[in-house]
Write a protein that binds this ligand. Sequence first.
Ligand code: TZP
Ligand code: MG
Length: 213
Amino acid sequence: MILPPLPDYPLNVMVDSDLRKKNFLSFVEELVENGAKIIQLRAKNLADKDFYSLGKKIRKITKGKSIFIINDRVDLAISLDADGVHLGQDDLPIGEAKKFFPGRIIGISCHNEKDIFVAKKQNVSYISIGPIFETKIKRTKKSVGLELIKKARKEVNLPIVAIGGIGEENIREVFRSGADYAAVISSLAESEEPGKKLKKLVRKVKDEIATSA
Ligand code: TZP
Ligand code: MG
């Protein structure tokens, strides 16, 4: 079965309830109002019932406007009627996720060439590669650099989402290296004006695509 693709929008906007404690829902709303077509909810420290109740509210905010992706948790993606799930290397295997969550977006995190090689054979909607740059969010993982995007671009036809330490100062480089999307967390969570920041990031990508064409 061919899995649905991500929308034609360059940012995988990841919202993490640990990083924006105040007015988290208004933050998400502002991003959606400013054109975020992909919202991925990441909540590593919430009890299931709190994850579910937060997810319900974000499902409402995104409905008809943005694709809603759940990080890590296939069970919650199903119960929230999300559009997709993003799986890490230690999460439920892709084959199982497809069984329970058929016909939805499935993305997988890759951290090295072997992960990419395995993902390539599994028919996923996209692969994410990272951390590209150093990031506060995944201190335990060594950054892989732009080289891994370039290598993957030569070997894989699947859409590539670059992730890790991406912001205004380096977003053009990840697209120049062959990424189709960039995932961002802190760059938006730490911004005083996340809607404006989002638009700036998108504009940078458009500039890069226009100059490289
Ligand atoms: N996976 C690889 S890097 C990363 C994840 C979840 C964190 C990305 O966060 P930021 O703040 O955009 O560096
Ligand atoms: Mg994960």
